[in-house]
Design a binder for this molecule. Sequence first.
Ligand code: 5GP
Length: 114
Amino acid sequence: MGGKTLFSKIIDREIPADIVYEDDECLAFRDINPQAPTHVLLIPKKPIAMVSEATVADTALLGMLLLKAGDVARQLGCEEAFRLVVNNGAGAGQTVFHLHIHILAGRPLGWPPG
Ligand code: 5GP
């Protein structure tokens, strides 16, 4: 365990990324393998591994992330229709263990998501 996550390295500019938004608490950047015309990852700078490892101390941070997701969608011009996805755990498709919200938009998004 331990060591920096890939996304912490992006925060620290050790790995390049196409950053679309940043403030003191979070960072948003384009996914390297986009699943929609707009596919951005929004992450807290605090390295929480996944939603199920967040604690009550993270309540404000988690709420802020949802608000920021709306702001980023607006900034990218896709506020009318976008999907937020949070994979929690390998069985749900999580591959990077630094909490992130996928912001997907720009094509019809089917339901159920699969
Ligand atoms: P997860 O599968 O954990 O929910 O999502 C991880 C996401 O990170 C994937 O959609 C994957 O394409 C993206 N990703 C993996 N490595 C990199 C990288 O080095 N740069 C960027 N921008 N995205 C990455």
